[in-house]
Design a protein around this ligand. Structure first.
Ligand code: ADP
Length: 283
């Protein structure tokens, strides 16, 4: 059983021929909404790979929130404990796309209400997990509380430190695995690069195993959209660890799952089923 404590967002993407200037109104080409948020993405990745996944998080009491919950349910993620909160919107990323240029505003909204008190109320869910997966799109006090609860019940925790934030010592002490990409590691892990808890994703180059001595090379694939590669990696890693696999095997599995995810558009769109991952690994 995998429990993901994290963000639930919608990405609202408007594409246009050019970017509007300050005060300017222009016609767009297309608009679409895509489910997102690192928490929800990673939950979906793990569920698609066959894990029994429960999401802990919050949405606003709005139509988008209902839609995002329905999307998680469609992907077989348990949303029994996801709470709608009044007076604040569901997390939204407003994205303007024009040619290769983009402008993005992320409004965390209800994700900020994923409080230590909320996770304490759901201590039983955490306690009954084989692995807990968490990112930094919710308040850091909550991450710390999850670590404390999980330590008390000896439940292993994977921290995906994204977006990058300064890590307090307690995170290093209590986390089981920490999974930065290279940018996150370089920005924030100075002095801790020796940590044998750290699994560093290296984009197309693959993954650096804990201990920092061995690289598992990336699969050679045609990348069309790397959005969500890290999310697929983390969801897959958690699903494999929850199934009792040793960390090296879990990393290999996640490396293959993430490689497949970059061959299709969209964060959740490219996430593979277990069969496809096994086929790639057996090649
Ligand atoms: P993030 O998406 O968080 O920036 P990375 O870029 O490190 O993280 O990608 C995460 C993982 O996705 C990599 O470790 C690798 O397994 C896989 N991956 C990413 N880009 C590629 C690529 N071009 N080819 C093959 N695998 C990739």
């Amino acid at each position: 059983k995998v429990t993901v404590v994290g963000s639930i967002n919608v990405d609202m993407v408007t594409t246009s021929e050019k970017m509007p200037k300050q005060g300017e109104t222009i016609l767009g080409e297309a608009f679409h909404t895509v489910p997102g948020g690192k928490g929800a993405n990673q939950a979906v990745a793990a569920a698609k790979l066959g894990a029994d996944v429960t999401m802990l998080g919050k949405v606003g009491e709005d139509a988008i929130g209902k839609e995002m919950i329905a999307n998680l349910q469609k992907e077989k993620v348990c949303t029994d404990y996801v709470e709608p909160v009044t007076g604040i919107s569901t997390g939204v990323a407003t994205i303007l796309l024009s040619g290769g240029d983009n402008r993005i505003i992320v409004t965390p909204g209800a994700n900020l209400k994923v409080t230590p008190e909320y996770v304490r109320r759901h201590e039983k869910v955490l306690r009954e997990s084989d692995i807990v997966l968490i990112q930094f799109e919710i308040p850091l006090e909550t991450v710390e509380e999850v670590l404390r609860i999980c330590e008390a019940h000896q439940v292993p925790v994977v921290i995906n430190p994204a977006p990058a934030q300064k890590l307090k010592k307690v995170f290093w002490e209590k986390a089981t695995w920490i999974t930065p990409n290279e940018t996150e590691r370089d920005e924030l892990f100075d002095g801790h690069t020796f940590s044998n808890k750290m699994i560093v994703t290296l984009g197309g180059e693959g993954v650096l195993l804990p201990g920092a001595e061995t690289v598992i090379p990336g699969f050679s694939v045609t990348a069309v959209d790397t959005t969500g590669a890290g999310d697929t990696f983390n969801g897959a890693l958690a699903s494999s660890l929850a199934a009792g696999k040793p960390v090296t095997e879990a990393v290999s599995f996640a490396n293959a799952a993430a490689a497949i995810s970059v061959t299709e558009f969209g964060a959740q769109g490219g996430m593979p089923l277990k069969k496809a991952v096994m086929q790639l690994l057996e090649k």
